[in-house]
Design a protein around this ligand. Sequence first.
Ligand code: KIV
Length: 261
Amino acid sequence: MQIPDFVKRKKTHAKISCVTCYDYPYAQLLAKTDIDFLLVGDSVAMVVHGHPSTLLADIEMMCLHTSAVARGAGGKFLVTDMPFLEHRKGLSKAVSAAQRLLRAGANAIKIEGAEGNLETIHSLVTAGVPVMGHVGLTPQFVNTFGGFKVQGRESAAAEQIVADAKALEAAGVFAMVAEGVPASLGKLVAESVSVPIIGIGAGVDVDGQVLVLQDMLGLNPKIPRFVRVFADVATTSLDGLHAFDRAVKAGTFPTAAESYT
Ligand code: KIV
């Protein structure tokens, strides 16, 4: 999938699939799937590094994981999150951060929120940096929101999210994530703009879906309501780890065939 395909998909009502990816081995696996694009999310700070929020992801962390994913992804379209506040340090710093992410292997960057970002987004887009927007429950605003809470339940907040989506479209984003909003609002946002809305906890009436890889593979014991576990990788991994431990302790691993003569 490439940039022009995003709007084409919306026009033809062909849904778009995405998962997050943070490392080389999973990127290699994902390269063998029809999943349309990968997101090196700043959720890496939580999922991989165990931090309580995404605010701890910095440009070094995002570049490191982006380059690992890019090496394994076999050319699959890659979006990387602009880390918290990196784009709010002035245009020149935002451009440098975008340059580092694209040099690390991203094809596009994602920026959370609309207000205060529109001029930067427009400058990046006109400079050749495709930008994905992100509205609704934008995790970088966790302190403002008072936690990871569904957004847009009140009509004024819902109207603001639709207005943000329209403003981001006008600024030039090629697609947007809509996260943690009522399904009816997800639908309204998708109907309000001509770029695809990739939902996460935004109901089914959007143009595509993204999930955090470790959530949908059962590797996160605490999953939110909107996640479906599509495979229980945790149980399979634990079975294998227990089997290894038993084999070592029973002296049945390695066998002669697993040893050098
Ligand atoms: O960082 C991330 O994983 C994300 C997704 C939840 C959309 O932004």
